[in-house]
Design a protein around this ligand. Structure first.
Ligand code: GDP
Length: 365
């Protein structure tokens, strides 16, 4: 499964956020295929469409789709030099598909800051530098081999050499690989390097309780936003401490609590949705009277592959899919009405699934 890794300097609120994630945790009985690992937190992906489908179909059971966060502890200055737990830390980051970097944006004199003062950009740069240095090493190593072949006019080597030089330039200028503009072909070459700074990055600005309603008042958050814009990264604002409290509430209590605070969606829910789309994930639905359920697929997947997410037999025996878009279904009011209105399509093996498709797969066993 795809996962987003949570990183950050000590004392920025990582554990508090990860606690919120595990407490909010998905009911594991519904997700037997998910990882069982204390460093992995499984959360349900909030999706208002699922509630609407449940109202419409009135199934016995409704199951949201799930998403995994991995807690990656132990960043230290000098990680790229292999100091302390450094190497292990970088190895863990290499395994995740996106990075959520928690950044301290709350002032609290009782909680010490590793560098002595709250400065989110400084903190971000400490971590990013380690990732950049590690990538620079990867690029340099590769460059030694490829440059030789490129000199002999080996076509593939010349192409790779160009990419490596571009990446090296950016990294030496302290820019992450994800900011480098590459053609599709160059991107394919760059992907094989598995660079850390090529992974999508999301900054999680952890603010104090007083800033949760209007984070734009918080100057640290503003700085992080400015930085992220240059860095080709996204920003989500949370108050980890409040998220930890919210995670203990049931749905109804949670809604009331948020209403009292005057916020529409909890920071954690925003984070889950942001990480989900950052990873290029999308959702399709199955809507039967037994069960209404959301399923995660990767954007670009075809109908048979998507059927295979439910069960491998569905992929092997795939015949076709009956599909109606969520919007069309809601507009029609019911599946029967959608059929009568000609909104339910029959799609074959080559159909590329879309976010919000409501599907019934037909297959041979
Ligand atoms: P970690 O070292 O990054 O895992 O940080 P922790 O989650 O252990 O948090 C460090 C300290 O900061 C703890 O005492 C937390 O209670 C506190 N903390 C975390 N988030 C917040 C927050 O949003 N507001 C305030 N005031 N304190 C927080």
């Amino acid at each position: 499964a795809l996962t987003a890794g949570i990183v950050g300097l000590p004392n920025v609120g990582k554990s508090t956020l990860f606690n919120a994630i595990t407490k909010a945790g998905a009911e594991s009985a519904n997700y037997p295929f998910c990882t069982i690992d204390p460093n992995v937190g499984i959360v349900e992906v909030p999706d208002a469409r699922l509630n609407k489908l449940t109202e419409m179909v009135e199934p016995k059971k409704t199951v949201p789709t799930a998403f995994e966060f991995t807690d990656i502890a132990g960043i230290v200055k000098g990680a790229s030099k292999g100091e302390g737990l450094g190497n292990k830390f970088l190895a863990h980051i290499r395994e995740v598909d996106a990075i959520c970097q928690v950044v301290r944006c709350f002032a609290d004199d009782n909680i010490t800051h590793v560098s002595g003062k709250v400065d989110p950009i400084d903190d971000i740069e400490v971590i990013n530098l380690e990732l950049i240095l590690a990538d620079l090493e990867t690029v340099d190593k590769r460059l030694v081999r490829v440059a030789k072949l490129a000199k002999q006019k080996d076509k593939e080597a010349v192409a790779e050499n160009d990419v490596l030089v571009k990446l090296k330039e950016a990294l030496e200028a302290n820019k992450p690989a994800r900011t480098v503009e590459l053609s599709e072909e160059q991107n394919r070459i760059a992907k094989q390097l598995h660079l850390l700074t090529a992974k999508p990055m999301l900054y999680v600005a952890n603010v104090g309780e007083e800033d949760i309603v209007d984070p734009s008042e918080n100057e640290y958050v503003q700085k992080v936003r400015e930085f992220a814009a240059e860095d080709n990264a996204e920003v989500i604002v949370v108050c980890a401490k409040i998220e930890e409290e919210i995670a203990e509430l049931d749905d109804e209590e949670k809604a009331m609590f948020l209403q009292e605070l005057g916020i529409e969606e909890s920071g954690l829910d925003q984070l889950i949705r942001a990480a989900y789309s950052l990873l290029g994930l999308a959702t399709y639905f199955t809507a039967g009277v037994q069960e209404v359920r959301a399923w995660t697929f990767r954007q670009g997947m075809k109908a048979p592959q998507c059927a295979g997410i439910i069960h491998s037999d569905f992929e092997r025996g795939f015949i076709r899919a009956e599909i109606v878009s969520y919007d069309d279904l809601v507009e029609a009011g019911s599946m029967t009405a959608a059929k009568e209105a000609g909104k339910v399509r029959l799609e074959g093996k080559e159909y590329i699934m879309k976010d919000g498709d409501v599907v019934h797969f037909r297959f041979n066993v």
